[in-house]
Design a protein. Structure first.
Length: 456
């Protein structure tokens, strides 16, 4: 079948705003041309992120109603801990209110000035939390992963040769951990192969460096392994996930993705000393070790979400919906990072708007125009997020200029996807009208969240 079937039925609906182009032009101007600054009531389709935007199931809502709000030792905590251990096999599970809290806690323990952390590609908050400790975040994407036009099964892989070269040049004593982001968000939601995970662990182990996985989309990655990697076609998603985690010494997770919930995350580790230090940081900044800044009912919803995300029918629909959007854009001639990944479609801004130099943010211009066209909010992942200037004032562009259309889980239907595609194609058909942009104000850290823009 060319079509896909949503493996659920709708039990409640939420009205979405329908606005005019004239209204949207005013709204985005008032937001200083930053899609993060738009009000939600001014958005028709929200593709800013797939984090925390999931539509929860009836069983998750039921779990929320039955939450045990005990401060310490809630039964919901033990249920959450059990399912995470069942999937990951890690010894210590430390709950947090979201993924960036997990990153902050881990890097408070292993980071610090002069430390170097390699990754296939660090996402924005991962990099931000590392650099906040004055550690150095190093991206080592595979050659295929750095080219949006290349078709390959596992473009999220880390470059193994560059990883070992980095360790030898910088010294293993300066690299407290190595990381893999699964799936590779900044690289287009592209999966990492089991072979690459295994080889990453082998190289790091030679130098006694632990491997930690940023696993917020672990189930989507496991699905790609099942479909694309020889020897895994008859394994269950849980079996594949267990093997993925077996090569790691710990993990961070924003459970707002593959936890299928609106809040939550965790740090996991097999290292007793790291766990004790992390728990101390947690108590100081998040909450007690059996809730980590979450309501206990959120832990209950997460436990149910971790069960549901392993369902292969759900994952087939999830990956298929993203691919459907990509297929529609292909028909319209729109350039995007191929093949489609697990959680969204990433427009290739360099090919979409080649007349705009990266220094003037083609991705931001495209994102603004897509909002004006259809009330669709999306996010630039390019030189706004990862670019900047060196000490000599020379512009340093991002490796790729992308616009992420992140699809919330179980939220939008096939007709919504078709509306999104039509709007993007309309913008692409008049792409020569897109204008360069400039930043008029920015914060010193993670500027893309709050920066103000105007047309150049």
């Amino acid at each position: 079948m060319k079509s896909f079937l949503e493996p659920f039925k709708i039990k409640a609906v939420e009205e979405i705003p329908i606005t005019t182009r004239e209204e949207r032009e005013l709204f985005i101007k008032e937001a200083n041309y930053n899609t993060f600054s738009l009000r939600s009531e001014h958005i028709t389709i929200d593709l800013l992120t797939d984090s925390g935007t999931t539509a929860m199931s009836s069983k998750q809502w039921a779990a929320l109603m039955d939450g045990d709000e005990s401060y310490a030792g809630s039964r919901n905590w033990f249920e959450f801990e059990a399912i995470v251990k069942e999937i990951t096999g890690f010894k210590h599970i430390i709950p947090t209110h979201q993924g960036r809290a997990a990153e902050r806690i881990l890097f408070a323990v292993v980071g610090g000035e002069g430390k170097i952390i390699p990754n296939n590609t660090h996402f924005d908050t991962t990099r931000g939390n590392l650099e906040y400790t004055k550690a150095i975040a190093v991206d080592l994407p595979s050659k295929d992963g750095a080219d949006p036009a290349v078709i390959a099964d596992f473009k999220g892989n880390i470059d193994l040769e560059k990883l070992e070269k980095l360790i030898i040049e910088k010294g293993a004593e300066n690299i407290p951990i190595g990381m893999l982001t699964i799936t590779n968000n900044s690289g287009g939601g592209q999966p990492v192969s089991m072979e690459n995970i295994r080889e990453t662990k082998r190289i790091l182990s030679k130098y006694n460096i632990p491997l930690y996985i940023d696993c917020c989309r672990f189930a989507e990655n496991a699905y790609f392994i099942k479909k694309r990697e020889k020897g895994y076609e008859n394994k269950t998603i849980k079996e594949i996930a267990r093997e993925m985690f077996s090569y790691a010494d710990g993990a961070t997770m924003s459970a707002k993705k593959d936890g299928l919930s609106n809040s939550g995350g965790f740090v996991a580790t097999n290292n007793d000393e790291v766990a004790e230090q992390a728990k101390t940081v947690l108590i100081v900044t998040e909450g007690f070790i059996t809730y980590g800044g979450l309501t206990r009912r959120d832990l209950a919803a997460l436990a149910q979400g971790f069960r549901e995300v392993l369902n292969e029918n759900y994952l087939e629909y999830r990956i298929g919906q993203v691919k459907y959007l990509g297929d529609l854009l292909t028909q319209g001639g729109v350039p995007y990072l191929e093949p489609t990944g697990g959680h969204g479609v990433y427009l290739d801004a360099k090919r979409f708007a080649p007349h705009i130099d990266p220094e003037f943010f083609p991705g931001q211009s495209i994102a603004v125009e897509i909002y004006k066209e259809g009330g669709i909010r999306c996010c630039e992942i390019g030189s706004v997020m990862f670019g900047g200037y060196d000490d000599n004032g020379n512009f340093r562009p991002a490796a790729m200029e992308l616009v992420r259309m992140a699809i919330p889980r179980r939220v939008y239907t096939k007709s919504h996807i078709e509306y999104i595609a039509d709007s993007i194609i309309n913008v692409y058909n008049r792409r020569d009208e897109l204008k360069p942009m400039k930043i008029t104000w920015q914060a010193p850290f993670l500027r893309h969240f709050t920066a103000k823009f105007d047309y150049k």
